[in-house]
Design a protein around this ligand. Sequence first.
Ligand code: NAD
Length: 379
Amino acid sequence: MRIAVPAETDPAEARVAATPETVKKFIGLGASVTVESGAGLKSSFLDADYSAAGATIAQGPAATLADADIILRVRRPAGSELAGAKKGALLLAILDPYGHVDALQQLADAGVDAFAMELTPRITRAQVMDVLSSQANLAGYRAVIDAAAEYGRAVPMMMTAAGTVPAAKAFIMGVGVAGLQAIATARRIGAIVTATDVRPATKEQVESLGAKFIAVEDEEFKQAETAGGYAKEMSAAYQEKQKALTASHIAKQDIVITTALIPGRPAPKLITEDMIAAMRPGSVIVDLAAERGGNTALTRPGEKFVTGNGVTILGYLNIAGRLAATASSLYARNLLAFADAFIDKTNKTLAVNWDDEIVKATLLTKDGALVHPNFQKPA
Ligand code: NAD
């Protein structure tokens, strides 16, 4: 059984889908692993490290993919990047399926059975495979570090001989995995932290981290969580009330980290132009929802932008990738855990249980066709 680790082709992607640690474990499970030369460089893993772990180093994508049973990637490859892949090879990657059915069709046409890692159900057994959590956790941490680096003032309260410096106020909007880590990180570096979310369950989580919870807690709020634990899209009336509350609060904040997302929908616009205009010069917003359109009216995806009133808005994409070595280590472990279930340890062969609930939730293409009910070409 062969596992291939091609290099990522997007120049903005610094992560890699396997590390020397996971290569060693795959080999321990009876696989042979081929890594494309240079694949780990931007994550600080050298070809020599992979070789020492037992991998074969191949030059170029075709030699890497040849005869592979499992292909590990961070991002969705174009169909052309899979030239030479074996029919029925399993592709494990973050496939970004929403709104990209044509790109998924290319994967089907390339003959690979493609699994979207981000659709892994949030059940206990799958926690170790949960790429959304592993990457969002790092993004939440990095957002606070980026904000602190941009902020031209000290974050913690400092009592010095020259006088006292007040602590910065940080407001975290959206308390999922990224938001919780942002709260914890902002607290660790000494900020006074408040947070908001539309899911009632988050109130206790915010308070347990020592931050203050701020939200419109009406009847709609009490019903705002889906059975899957995600937020529902809120009504226009709720969003107006939420904006009024946010407007008065945000004007007093120094650092705002926004993380609000609703699966499969554009990011909700939580911060208006007027709210930004009311913020202090020197304050910083980090918009972790930039990839899905952003939570602020002025976010420029992929860019740092300073408004006329001196507010810095960071709309960086792929924030976890700004911690490429750590993000790769955790992502690679997620893939190892996911692929482990596909390997028959006795015969050292592929043995996928196509009826497994995790397989069904994540498998998008099989035998040349789109097979996931949520990602079909319109008739
Ligand atoms: P996410 O990235 O989908 O969204 C981030 C946050 O934005 C969520 O907390 C959401 O409620 C919030 N949000 C949406 N609209 C908002 C609005 N208008 N205003 C304010 N906040 C808004 O979330 P996530 O980090 O993927 O977490 C989603 C859920 O999954 C959570 O309940 C989390 O605890 C749960 N989870 C479970 C597991 C598991 O294995 N059991 C693992 C990870 C996460």
